[in-house]
Design a protein around this ligand. Structure first.
Ligand code: FEO
Length: 397
């Protein structure tokens, strides 16, 4: 292993020593169709420090990358910014291997690590604003509770003006390139948006507070080094700007139509509504639930103004895939959406009312008429669907 994996230099004394997971396609329900990385960093201060570790199966890759720079036994400190197992999975084994003088985590991180590993890890607590003296370098810790776990914190390496931002500003993207300026910016913006929409959206208020705090502290970031995906050394300003936009949930004249269908009737309605929306000047995404993953739908909704949901009625209920997406989106707590429901049925036809109730539970303002078709929509019904799309587009203006 030592001969295969090498560390990547960020600055004269900071190295990336993480792992690339080319093949992961499902990250606890999030579709990672481009894989991911688990980033860990080595700081060659007087007291050599490891920032985070990697998911357990990638421990050998981490050890090999560290070994390409320094004997792992020389590491004195480990800082655990986040205890989710993609970053702490091999922490106990790394502690056993390295025998560091100290392991640091936030107050909640100490608890979370104990609850994960149950083996009496000796972890020292650091609080918001605490400074960790590395001898000739200093780390300042900023707690970022609920971004996106209670334990989450970030570490600022003052001498290098480098922010180790754990999940924040990250993305699921496996690549041989380690830095943002080596990859196309639109790709990075898309994957960062997907990450925000699926992981951080429910905590947008806390994101705004952290952004304000970082701005007030007038910290300048030469580098933002997240725990997933490329390291920002060129477009740091852009990702900070995008985070503010996403956290403010700025919405465009855009609608997302999400639906499933059994014999194509609900689909015909979806297409007619989409045409009306387009005629009204809205940008539209039509996403059939058995063709689009829930995490891609959430990504499209991040900047959309309207969510239009269609389902046939099956056994007095909405279609199971429609239930899935609505439960998922409810948990993400998107704010400021308008919406509408539509669907076909054979005899009982409960689905549209059920969708409206679920949208209401998500605080989506119902802005279009409930559209129900018995069996197959006729021309008149499709005209009505189209008009409804037009009306929703007008409300989006
Ligand atoms: Fe990448 Fe919240 O773990």
């Amino acid at each position: 292993m030592k001969q295969v994996f090498e560390a990547v230099k960020l600055t004269e004394r900071v190295y990336w020593v993480g792992a690339i997971d080319w093949n992961v396609r499902d990250f606890h329900g999030y579709s990672t169709n481009r894989g991911t990385t688990y980033n860990a960093y080595l700081v060659l201060a007087d007291r050599v420090t490891l920032i985070d570790t990697v998911k357990a199966p990638f421990r050998e890759e981490l050890v090999a990358r560290i070994s390409s720079v320094i004997d792992p036994g020389k590491i004195e400190y480990i800082v655990s910014n986040h205890s989710e197992m993609d970053h702490s999975g091999c922490l106990p084994e790394m502690i056993e291997l390295i025998e560091p003088r100290k392991v640091f985590a936030s107050t909640m991180g100490v608890e979370a690590l104990a609850d994960h590993f149950h083996d009496g890890l000796d972890v020292a607590e650091v609080k918001d604003g605490d400074r960790i003296d590395l001898g000739d370098m200093t780390i300042t810790v900023l707690e970022t509770r609920m971004l996106h776990w209670p334990d989450s914190m970030v570490s600022y390496l003052e001498e290098e003006r480098l922010l180790f931002s754990q999940d924040g500003f990250g993305m699921h993207l496996a690549s041989s390139e380690r830095f943002d300026d080596e990859l196309p910016l639109p790709l990075l913006e898309h994957e960062a948006k997907k990450y925000y929409a699926n992981i951080l959206l429910p905590f947008s208020r806390q994101v705004l507070k952290v952004l304000d705090r970082l701005a007030e502290a007038k910290l300048e970031f030469e580098i933002i080094a997240p725990d997933h995906g490329p390291i920002w050394r060129k477009s740091q300003g852009r990702i900070l700007e995008l985070y503010r936009e996403w956290a403010e949930q700025k919405r465009e004249k855009k609608a997302v139509i999400v639906y499933d269908t059994m014999w194509g009737s609900t689909e015909k309605m979806a297409r007619a509504i989409a045409d009306g929306l387009t005629s009204g000047g809205a940008s539209v995404k039509v996403m059939k639930l058995r063709a689009a993953h829930r995490s891609d739908i959430a990504t499209e909704i991040l900047d959309a103004g309207a969510l239009v949901v269609g389902s046939p009625t099956i056994n007095n209920n909405i279609f199971p895939t429609v239930a899935d997406i609505l439960v998922y989106l409810k948990g993400l707590k998107p704010a400021g959406l308008i919406g509408a429901a539509f669907g076909s049925y054979g005899w009982s036809g409960e689905s549209v009312k059920q969708i409206e109730e679920l949208l209401g539970g998500m605080k989506v303002e119902i802005a279009g008429e409930a559209l129900r078709t018995k069996y197959v929509p006729d021309k008149e019904m499709l005209e009505t669907c189209r008009s409804s799309g037009l009306a929703i587009a007008k409300k989006l203006s």
